[in-house]
Design a protein around this ligand. Structure first.
Ligand SMILES: [Zn+2]
Length: 313
C-alpha cells in the first residue's frame, strides 16, 4: 500500500492522495476557516491546547475543511462538502472561509458530473455546504447533479427543529432542496439496527456507521476495498481499511479521549464512542481521515508509552 503523501503545504488545493487496496483516495479541501479555540477544545485549558495549535489575537484557530474523494473503480464517492458559498457576508467575515472546493476538485481531476455518491456525516454547515451551489440569480442547484446524497434522517429532522442551542449550524438550503427532489436518501436508525456490525452499505466497499455524541446521529464512513481482499494471496497483510470519522475526532490534536469539543451535544457519549472507535482502529491499523485537520488530513494511530492514542509517525 502506498503511504499517504501531503501535497505541499499552506494553500495547496489537494491535501493528500493515496491508494487503499485498489481504491484511489484523494483529500480535497474547501480551504480553511477560523473557529474559537476554546469552543474546539471544550473544558481543556488553553494553556494545554495552545501548545498543540496556536490561537490568533481573537483566540481563533485555523481549521481545515476536508472532502474525501474515493474512486472505487465502479463509483466516485465524495464524503463531506465543506462550507460552500451560501454563507451570509457577516458569517464569511467571521470564519474567513475561502470557498475553494470547486477549484480543489478541478485540481484533483474530479468533475462534479461524474460523482455518483455524496455522503454527509451530519448536516452542520461546515460539512454539507457544497451539497448545493448558490448562483448569482438566487437559484440553488445540486453541485453534483448526477449523485445520490446520503445522510441520517435524524439530522434533517434536528435541523428543522431550529433549536436555540444549534440552529445557526443548520442551513436548510444545504439539504432541503435535495430532500424535496428525492436526490437525498435519508437513512433511518432501523437500517443500522438491522445490520451485523451496525454498518449500512452505501455501495461496494463503502458503508456508514453511527458514532453519536457530537450530534445524536453523526455517522462515520468506512472505506474497505473488498475486491482487493478477495484476490489477496494467503499470508498478505490485512485488508486495508480507512475511516472518515467526522467530528468524533475533528483533528489529530483531538485524540485524547477527553479532549472533546464544546460543540458536542453529548460529550460523555463522545468519550465512550472514541474508546469504541480506538478499540478497532488501532489494532486493525485503520487509516483515519480527519475532517478539520488541514495539515494532517489522514493518519494511522498507535498508543504512546502512557497508553494514550497518538498519530503513529
Ligand atoms: Zn459538526
Amino acid at each position: 500500500m502506498q503511504e499517504p503523501t501531503l501535497a505541499g503545504s499552506g494553500s495547496a488545493l489537494v491535501r493528500a492522495h493515496t491508494s487503499l487496496g485498489d481504491f484511489d483516495l484523494t483529500i480535497c479541501s474547501d480551504g480553511t476557516y477560523l473557529l474559537d479555540g476554546g469552543a474546539m477544545f471544550g473544558v481543556v485549558p488553553k494553556t494545554m491546547w495552545s501548545k498543540r495549535i496556536p490561537a490568533d489575537n481573537q483566540n481563533r484557530i485555523r481549521l481545515g475543511l476536508n472532502t474525501a474523494v474515493i474512486r472505487t473503480g465502479q463509483q466516485v464517492v465524495v464524503i463531506e462538502t465543506g462550507i460552500g458559498n451560501k454563507q451570509a457576508p457577516k458569517m464569511r467575515e467571521i470564519f474567513e472561509n475561502q470557498e475553494l472546493l470547486p477549484q480543489s476538485l478541478a485540481a484533483a481531476g474530479v468533475r462534479p458530473e461524474e460523482v455518483d455518491i455524496v455522503i454527509n456525516t451530519h448536516l452542520h454547515f461546515d460539512h454539507c455546504g457544497w451539497n448545493t451551489t448558490l448562483h448569482p440569480d438566487g437559484r440553488v442547484t445540486p453541485t453534483f447533479p448526477n449523485a445520490r446524497y446520503f445522510v441520517h434522517r435524524g439530522e434533517v429532522e434536528h435541523g428543522h427543529l431550529q433549536l436555540e442551542r444549534d440552529r445557526v449550524s443548520y442551513l436548510s438550503d444545504n439539504y432541503d432542496p435535495l430532500v424535496a427532489s428525492g436526490q437525498m436518501t435519508l437513512l433511518g436508525s432501523e437500517s443500522f439496527a438491522d445490520t451485523p456490525e451496525g454498518r449500512v452499505p452505501i455501495c461496494p466497499g463503502i458503508s456508514v456507521e453511527l458514532f453519536p455524541g457530537h450530534t445524536a446521529q453523526m455517522m462515520g464512513v468506512h472505506i474497505e476495498p473488498t475486491r482487493a481482499a478477495e484476490s489477496r494471496p494467503a499470508g498478505s497483510p490485512p485488508t486495508p481499511h480507512a475511516c472518515y470519522i467526522g467530528d468524533l475526532l475533528p483533528t489529530a490534536h483531538h485524540l485524547d479521549i477527553t479532549w472533546v469539543m464544546g460543540y458536542d451535544l453529548d460529550p460523555l457519549r463522545c468519550i465512550e464512542e472514541r474508546k469504541r472507535f480506538y478499540s478497532k482502529a488501532i489494532p486493525e491499523d485503520w487509516l483515519v481521515l480527519f475532517t478539520h485537520d488541514h495539515d494532517t488530513p489522514m493518519a494511522r494511530l498507535g498508543l504512546n508509552d502512557k497508553g494514550k492514542p497518538v498519530v503513529r509517525s
